[in-house]
Design a protein around this ligand. Structure first.
Ligand SMILES: [Zn+2]
Ligand SMILES: [Zn+2]
Length: 235
């Protein structure tokens, strides 16, 4: 019997359908992630739905967090961004629960899904196909897609206009295709959704960047400067 694609318990990425769990998870074997001391562990979409629930929280008008409780993998959370021209799901999570589907549908569905980097690829095909939405991933990270599907759309270059007030910017750094989303709207007339490509530190007065957060691998001066230059260019 073939199961819906297995999901890596450590990073939350879903693989293509297979009868047996994959031998290994390339995302976790990469130096930016890790394989836990118990080795590679797997779950399935059905098991996730039995063990976890939706955690939906409004952050501000037009911006709602969609996560899982209890937390799973690296604690991914997606954000539903609502605009007059359509809704965008920013980043993705491993679980697609009925409560999430009905919530997103009640807000008008999805015009697009965009993901910052491979640690948030999660169950992107389940989300993309359920909402009949294109999933925008940067071409530079195409090797990290573990489940191919027609809903996946690779973009290239430094910018991609998703909607009139929403554009994607490739900053690189943490991953070669590391992407942030700039929304010319929201409560503060300009919002940057950044995954962990750009990290607000506890102090809140400044930002920082890492190649790997769990393994404390920094980015070089030159890479940080390149991100800074791109941000200045884009404002
Ligand atoms: Zn993994
Ligand atoms: Zn990451």
């Amino acid at each position: 019997m073939t199961f819906a694609g297995y999901i890596c318990r450590t990073c939350g990425v879903q693989f293509a359908e297979s009868a047996e769990p994959p031998e290994e998870c390339p995302v976790c074997l990469d130096e930016r992630q890790y394989v836990g001391t118990d080795g590679q562990l797997w779950t399935t979409p059905d098991e996730l739905r039995q063990q976890h629930q939706a955690d939906i929280r409004e952050e501000e008008p037009g911006l709602t967090g969609i996560g899982m409780k209890p937390s799973f993998a690296i604690g991914q959370r997606a954000l539903l961004l609502e605009t007059p021209d359509g809704n965008v799901l920013w980043d993705c999570i491993p679980l697609l629960a009925e409560e999430m589907v009905s919530f997103v549908r009640s807000r008008g569905g999805l015009a697009a899904i965009a993901i910052s980097h491979p640690h948030y690829y999660a169950s992107l095909v389940e989300w993309g196909s359920t909402f009949d939405a294109r999933v925008y991933l940067h071409q530079a990270d195409s090797r990290w897609v573990m489940r191919q599907d027609p809903c996946v759309h690779f973009w290239s270059g430094e910018e991609c206009e998703l909607l009139p007030d929403v554009k994607l910017l490739r900053l690189g750094g943490h991953f070669a295709g590391g992407t942030v989303l700039h929304w010319r709207g929201g409560e503060k007339a300009g919002t940057l959704l950044s995954g962990d490509v750009v990290q607000v530190v506890a102090d809140r007065r400044w930002l920082s960047f890492m190649r790997s957060y769990p393994n404390y691998i920094p980015l070089s001066d030159a890479e940080v400067q390149a991100i800074r230059n791109l941000c200045e260019f884009s404002t």
